[in-house]
Ligand binder design. Sequence first.
Ligand code: GLY
Length: 557
Amino acid sequence: MSNIPSLVIMLMTVFVSVQVSAKGQKVAIASAHPLATAAGFEVLNKGGNVFDAAVAVTAALAVVEPSGSGLGGGGYWLLHREKDSFETLIDGREKAPMAAHKNMYLDKEGKVVENLSLDGALSAAIPGMPAGLVHLSEKYGKLTLSESLAPAIRYAQTGFAVGERYLKLLKLREAVIKKFPTSASIFLQDGSLPKPYSILRQPDLARTLTRIADSGRDGFYSGCLADKLVEGVKNAGGIWTKEDLKSYQVIERKPVTGIYKGIRITSAAPSSSGGVVLIEALNILSGYDLKKTDELTRKHLVTEAMRRAYHDRSLYLGDEDFINIPVKRLLSDDYAAGLRSTIRLDKALPSTQFSGEIEQQAEGINTTHFSIIDDEGNRVAATLSINFPFGSGFVAAGTGVVLNDEMDDFDSLPGAMNGYGFVGGIANSIEPGKRMLSSMAPTFLENDTDVAVLGTPGGSRIISMVLLAALDFAKGNGPDSWVKLPRFHHQFMPDLIEYESGALSDYEIASLKAMGHQLKQTPYPYGDMQAVLFNKKTKTLLAASDNRGEGRAFVAE
Ligand code: GLY
């Protein structure tokens, strides 16, 4: 790392992010980092389509926002191709190594060993992002993979200025990163946090990206890079094998869909719980006229819908390649009507009154999201993660790749709590080769006039954030409003409404308490929503980036 004057860096960043326009195409991109948004426009200018732009933005985020996602992680890309109305979800979620087993994070007494599934090589699952990038580019892009990865490779080689958000997240994981000399040599400066606007160069990561650009999935999942990964993980106490890497495959899944008040919702299918929980909550709420409901009752009803949908998350959801998930039933109108009938307008129903000993919390700072749409309606919503900020904190020597700690998203022990406070059951237990349950919810919303593309990081709160944005879309508001909305969240257990400052008035807090709700204000704002919108009638595009983050939304016309 090196220091250069902060003003120069800020000017450089602004310059890069505004000197972009898409040749002959109208396109909107919102991502968590200005350089990632710029990378998307750069490949559009080379003649790429929105899917090439998605490859570029994904790879750029892996370089310039290493706290949120990366080649050592995974994610979900939700795609829509307008000419044939084709929609698909690329499931690039990480998988448990084949040597994984249900007791791997327990001590001799059968108790969960603190942080074993969060820090270091044993917490890392087999990454899906490199395979996702290759698949997205080769199957849906127009450009070569190497053209679409070029901006990310350049950012890794020449470096970029680290911002305040980066430093805040790095501070949170500093102690873990210090444990691993390879990681510390990349992210720390003489063993300490770098200064704001220091330049982060990642030559090993540039070489790894170049390998993928040259050799596709083999550049990561076999050959000398795979050898380095496996050796590094094993020497640090992990359990990866070469076969784990070689056998990793992304899966294309049919997205889950639903209708709320004439709005078509399309979102992530399991292995993420995002789409199912979102649509189930909207189905419950579809029985009310929220536009005519006073604000207090509205918030109570939204909370009760969240409570019920998150409860089902814990009971039924996991990797559908391993368990049978009653998706059809969970998303049926009759099922929603049944749940609605248990809601009282004047009173909270405590979560302890539900069946199942299941719990779920969140810090809302990890993961990343971007949204892209063009003026034909082609679009991508992608939510990508390495789980906690800087994932496991572990980098295998010579790779530049921060490995995820996504194994923590499994339920290590039925009844025990993971990093988000989710306490799970059998559906999401650890099994070799299984994908751990996610909350990521890349989402499209569409009515007669508008198409919206949105999503956010935030652990278990992802789904409630997208739900609040969908309800705001239903009110007729645009992306600027969705990303700014003050947020509140309920995830069944802990039985608590968590809310940002400003999300509830004093009157609402007192009244919700009187109805039996417990409430807790979050110590800081959460989420980093990235959203775009296309108006089909006027052919106009809008884009907005969450003011809580450092992202950049841009429309090129
Ligand atoms: N690791 C966060 C999620 O998958 O929801």
